[in-house]
Write a protein of this length. Structure first.
Length: 141
């Protein structure tokens, strides 16, 4: 049975589900930083997914990245599956802007996370509701 890694539970806010992945928002208001986690048990690497799930992961990642680029007016998107700290397979999709605090460096460890306010979270959820398609189910939270 799928269970979210405790570190991801601690550091993120649940947004909803694509057919394969749970969509999370990193609780750091410095960057619109989203994380896709395939809802599969004991998977740490992309190649451990079957071919259909690998294709679905890339489709969901690509669709999310395209939607975020437009909705958040990104200068660049950082997409990565690192897993050095959290081994559960997860894909980072981070909106980058030239004026963000870490530009042009990676966002990891650049500055302490600044948690979102309830108002900021509501604004992001509403922005996402306008662009996510019918194959997405929002979680209330």
């Amino acid at each position: 049975m799928f269970a979210l890694d405790p570190r991801l539970q601690q550091d993120t806010l649940p947004i909803g589900d694509f057919p394969l992945c749970r969509l999370l928002l990193s609780n750091d208001s410095s960057y619109p930083w989203f994380i896709l986690v395939p809802r599969r048990e004991d998977i740490s690497e992309i190649f451990q997914l079957d071919v259909a799930d690998q294709q679905q992961l890339w489709q969901e990642t690509t669709a999310l990245a395209e939607m975020l680029k437009d909705s958040f007016d990104a200068d660049k998107l950082n997409v990565a599956a690192l897993g050095n700290v959290v081994s559960q397979l997860h894909m980072h999709v981070i909106v980058r802007k030239r004026e963000d605090a870490a530009w042009p460096a990676p966002v990891w460890g650049k500055q302490p996370a600044k948690p979102y306010s309830p108002e900021q979270i509501a604004t992001i959820r509403e922005r996402l509701r306008l662009v996510l398609t019918d194959d997405f189910t929002f979680l209330e939270g």
